[in-house]
Design a protein around this ligand. Structure first.
Ligand SMILES: Nc1ncnc2c1ncn2[C@@H]1O[C@H](COP(=O)(O)OP(=O)(O)O)[C@@H](O)[C@H]1O
Ligand SMILES: [Mg+2]
Length: 227
């Protein structure tokens, strides 16, 4: 089943004399349940593509069809609703709030979705147990290792049960073993049915995905299905 479809998508940053073509004529279809990596040199447009897929960034031209609905022309408020229930985001440097506890960080998306405190607690305890973080529930972010921080960030990304997880260099700040541990979490989530898209520099990570999409200078150079 098709979730994401980009037709001839272009993204141009800047205006007039200062234009940067970050993406050129991207055609891409992503199906439910895929585990995909996006690779390519620095500055090639990987983050731009991921942010467009996640509706955080608007396309300059082309069509974006998400779950059979054209979304590139929607108002921001409508888009935010769709984004919150469809996507969970994970980034390289975790983007956690240091003054908040583990529990409070993971709770943030649930407050937007108006879940009762009792349900929030139930959901968060379940996810923490799954990610082997139960004993960290009341800890401050500053008390955690990098790998633990990324697991908290993954917990926050999945707490609303999104269809798609978008991860931008999620292992980029971690040593190899910890990075592999994070990838294994994504693999398990994928087995449970989540569609996962991972931007990475690391070919060892990419090779463990079902499909590798290669971007160069804003062009989709290669789209290889491995498994
Ligand atoms: N907000 C922005 N404003 C202007 N140019 C940008 C912006 N974000 C990215 N770019 C430019 O777009 C190109 C692609 O960037 P990016 O998608 O971040 O690449 P990658 O993630 O592959 O390193 C680069 O030339 C970058 O400098
Ligand atoms: Mg990037």
């Amino acid at each position: 089943m098709e979730i994401i479809k980009l037709n001839k998508v272009n993204k141009i940053y800047g205006s007039k004399n200062n234009k940067i073509a970050a993406l050129n004529d991207i055609n891409l279809t992503i199906n439910k349940g895929e585990l995909i990596s996006i690779i390519g040199p620095s500055g090639s447009g990987k983050s731009t593509l991921l942010n467009i897929i996640g509706t955080l960034s608007k396309i300059t031209s082309g069509d974006y069809i998400l779950n059979n609905k054209k979304v590139d022309n929607l108002k921001n408020i409508e888009l935010a609703k769709i984004r919150n229930k469809t996507f969970g985001f994970v980034v390289q440097h975790f983007a956690l709030i240091n003054d908040y506890s583990v529990f409070e960080n993971i709770e943030i998306p649930l407050q937007y979705s108006k879940t009762s405190y009792k349900n929030r607690k139930y959901i968060i305890e379940n996810i923490l147990s799954k990610l082997e973080l139960t004993d960290k529930i009341n800890k401050n972010i500053t008390e955690l290792s990098g790998g633990q921080c990324q697991r908290v960030a993954i917990a926050r990304a999945i707490v609303n049960d999104p269809e798609v997880i978008l991860a931008d260099e999620p292992t980029g700040a971690l040593d190899q073993k910890t990075g592999q541990n994070v990838l294994d979490i994504f693999k398990n989530l994928n087995k449970e049915g989540k569609t996962i898209i991972i931007v990475t520099h690391d070919i060892k990570i990419a090779n463990q995905c079902d499909r590798i999409i290669k971007i160069e200078d804003g062009y989709l150079k290669n789209d290889t299905i491995i498994k």
